[in-house]
Every structure is written in structure tokens, then in C-alpha cells.
Design a protein around this ligand. Structure first.
Ligand code: FUB
Length: 323
């Protein structure tokens, strides 16, 4: 599959988190729409208000089933605005959706909603996860039986408003030779509803074993965490935001450290780039989005999938964002 396939041509969907549940691929995207809010660096134009779930059993030609609206802001008791990139995990037969949403004070928190089925609907909890902040949760069910959440995002994602899991008086975004802000990793409690511990920094090292610097904007983390495993190694992938790349780093365990490896996806048409990587029926796929169908409107993104390939040494072959 050398040419990417658009998966939901009749609507705008972005930020796909994709998992195999019961031998079927389930896609959990953000749902873009034309809300009329002008574009700015804070991401106010990403004013999403609900989620759909999609599923399919053949990536290249299969029909994409729409499970309909599975969660809406108006059903979330603590909601302010902006449902951004979510993820879903299955534990003990229940499905847990993790979503970033601004609360009534315009602060991003991460909430949980629960379902008996992968296709929802998901019932939200009364309050967000205690101690949660920022955006883009990604859940990794590890072989050790524990579930880990990766999260964080710069600029509109508000990560620069925190240090050591505490809110700052004023946002502080490092620059130049200062160390880059790290994505966060935290183990989830057995009931999947709260953090089991304090979030930790997930450190990304360069080829000399030094943590990436803030000015290294083509390699440092910006948003869109994803985790997968290949040949026993942990692959942490992410967006570099304002340089529009999907990159990856490899580590030996869920906490890292991880060492930067390279670019998975070159820039797509649009501003944001966001992805997930999943193996299905013996092939690996990169799910992502671009703004080609909307004619380049950055807030109206469309879901795509393309095959992903590894080199013999375990590195990933770079995919052109234009295919
Ligand atoms: O969709 C809103 C935000 O845009 C996501 O949370 C980010 O990762 C970026 O794709």
C-alpha cells in the first residue's frame, strides 16, 4: 500500500488513535468542524465538541463503519470547551476513553469516559483525573500488565504552564540551549480512573546521550505522543509541532530514556501533524491526517492511512507527507 487512503471522505476527522480490539481496527479521532473561530497560535480554532468512533477489518479496501457520536462536551459535567486528541484502552473487558478538554477556567485537564464496547457510547466521569494537565493522552498497555499514559503539548497544549507537575505563576517556554520540555509518562491505577503515581519526564536523548535542547526544533517534542513496540524495543513517536514532523525515539522500557532516531513523516498539507502506528494482519500502518480535502484549511483535517515499513536494523523508513 504505497498510496495513502482517505478513510472518512464525507467529514473532517483528525488525530487518529488506532487499536485492534476483537480482531477489528478501531479509530478514535478528533472531530473537526467549521466553528468560525479565527486561527491563532493558541489553537482556539480547534473547537471540537464531540467524538465519533470508526472501525474496519481491511485497511486497504474495507468499508469504514461509523459508530456515531460516542461522547459530547455537553454530557461532560466539568466541560468548558475543545475536545482534542483522545485515546482508548481496554482492561478487564471495559473500554476507557481518555480525552483532553478545557475546564470551565479554560485549563486543559484529562478526563475518562467508560464503555462496555469499543464502539461506545462512553460515559464520562464527574471530574477530570486528579493531577492531570495538558493534552494528547496516549495509553500504552505494557507487557508488565500495567497501563501507562503519555501526554503533553506545547503552546495551546499548555505544557509550558507547568514544572514538576505544579502550575507556574506564568508560562515559561524554554528556548535555545535550555533543555526542551519533556513529554510526561505516568502509570494508571488498576481501576484506570486515576494516576497511580506522579507523572515523570520522558527524556529524549540525542546521538551523544544528551537530552534534546529547546532550540532543536526539528527534533524536540511538541505534542501527539504515541507508543508502540517492535522487536522488543519501545518506540515513542511524536510531532515537532512548528516544524511539522513526526519523529521517533527508541527505548528499552516504558519510562525511557529514549534515543532520537529520525523522521517518520515529512510535513503534510496543514499545520498540525498527528499519527498512530499499529500492526494489523501482518502489516504495519501509519494513521494520520492532512488538510488536502479542505483545500488547506488547517482546522478541517482528514483521516489517512498508509503502510509503514522498517529497515532490517529496526529503523523506520521515512514516509513523504505528500503521498
Ligand atoms: O486536534 C487538536 C490538536 O491539534 C491535537 O490535540 C494536537 O495534537 C494537534 O493535532
Amino acid at each position: 500500500m504505497k498510496q495513502a487512503r482517505y478513510l472518512v471522505p464525507h467529514d473532517y476527522m483528525a488525530d487518529p488513535s488506532v487499536h485492534v480490539f476483537n480482531d477489528r481496527l478501531y479509530i478514535y479521532p478528533s472531530h473537526d468542524w467549521e466553528s468560525g473561530i479565527p486561527e491563532n497560535d493558541n489553537g482556539d480554532h480547534f473547537n471540537m465538541r464531540d467524538y465519533h468512533v470508526f472501525s474496519l477489518d481491511d485497511v486497504e479496501h474495507g468499508e469504514v463503519a461509523d459508530h456515531g457520536v460516542v461522547l459530547r462536551t455537553e454530557d461532560i459535567p466539568w466541560a468548558g470547551r475543545q475536545l482534542w486528541d483522545c485515546d482508548v484502552a481496554c482492561r478487564n473487558g471495559k473500554y476507557y476513553m481518555y480525552f483532553p478538554l478545557k475546564d470551565k477556567n479554560d485549563i486543559f485537564r484529562i478526563g475518562v469516559a467508560v464503555s462496555e464496547k469499543p464502539g461506545g457510547p462512553f460515559i464520562p466521569r464527574e471530574n477530570p483525573i486528579k493531577g492531570s494537565y495538558s493534552i494528547d493522552p496516549c495509553i500504552w498497555p505494557d507487557e508488565d500488565g500495567e497501563y501507562y499514559m503519555y501526554f503533553g503539548g506545547l503552546w495551546g497544549g499548555q505544557l509550558q504552564r507547568y514544572r514538576n507537575n505544579k502550575a507556574l505563576e506564568c508560562a515559561d517556554l524554554p528556548e535555545g540551549d535550555a533543555l526542551a520540555l519533556c513529554p510526561k509518562v505516568v502509570r494508571l491505577r488498576g481501576d484506570m480512573l486515576e494516576f497511580a503515581t506522579e507523572p515523570r519526564d520522558l527524556v529524549i536523548l540525542d546521538e551523544n546521550g544528551k537530552p534534546l535542547k529547546a532550540g532543536d526544533t526539528e527534533r524536540r517534542f511538541f505534542e501527539a505522543s504515541w507508543m508502540h513496540q517492535y522487536n522488543g524495543k519501545y518506540y515513542f513517536s511524536y510531532s515537532t509541532g512548528d516544524t511539522h514532523l513526526i519523529c521517533y525515539a527508541i527505548g528499552d522500557n516504558p519510562y525511557g530514556p529514549f534515543t532520537y532516531q529520525g523522521v517518520i513523516l515529512t510535513p503534510v498539507v496543514g499545520w498540525t501533524t498527528h499519527h498512530s502506528i499499529v500492526e494489523f494482519k501482518g502489516k504495519w500502518y501509519l494513521f494520520h491526517h492532512d488538510c488536502v480535502p479542505s483545500g488547506g484549511k488547517t482546522w478541517l483535517r482528514s483521516l489517512k492511512v498508509v503502510e509503514l515499513e522498517y529497515n532490517a536494523d529496526g529503523t523506520i523508513k521515512t514516509i513523504q507527507g505528500t503521498v
